[in-house]
Design a protein around this ligand. Sequence first.
Ligand code: PAF
Length: 264
Amino acid sequence: MELELKHPLAFVPTMGALHAGHQSLITIAKSYAPNVLVSVFVNPLQFENPDDLAQYPRDLDGDAVKAESAGATFVWSPTIEEIYPAQPSIINAGELGNLFEGVHRFGHFDGVLTVVKRLFDLINPQFAVFGEKDFQQFFLIKKMVKELALPIEIIQAPIVREADGLAMSSRNIRLTSDSRTISLVLSRALESAAQEIDINKARKVLHEVLRAEPGFTIDYAEIIDENDFTLATEATLSPRAIIAGWINDLRLIDNMQMNCGGTR
Ligand code: PAF
């Protein structure tokens, strides 16, 4: 598919299977630039598990309709040869790439940064929009852009939730009806922890709510400083709780700003 570039350009990179969360990124992108390019590319480099890559939902025709109805001016679905014509030089996500998500998804963030940098090089957008749902990803992309002094403004888009609180994700279509009920434990735990103004209490509540749901297996549940990803203390001005875990063979993540720490 020929790449059509008109500037000023806001870019929304995706792996497809678009939902209302992606559409909100497109709407936000449109408020920054008249031209909005949405890419749909399932990046093999960021999948540490071949089954997860094989099962990743794909619906290019549906994606084009959803992207255009949200305001995209161009939907681009590059081939693997276009993105990686030669062996790519991998961008190392550094120490943080091996923490939290990185512990459980070895090499994942190296793959994400490598493809995002490659997409930026091909497109040269003035703006790029990323969802807060993948908060560690957002943080690492912002850090890369700063360190490489790329002339791109990175826009942070809030999480879009279902009416009952579940954060939207392309993987949600794999939830059975029982797992769908269990999945609400993530937002429930975050909402409960966000009620607490004492950080130790917030951490305790986060874990208590998650542990009370036997169908959910925790990978991690922490409160970090969203400015540097260190563990939050009572002095932290911008604490954010981050959660990941399993419901049967499906891994879900979520996060939320907290009200504990130095914010009060
Ligand atoms: O968040 C995603 O969908 C992907 O990680 C991204 C940023 C499109 C890179 O493949």
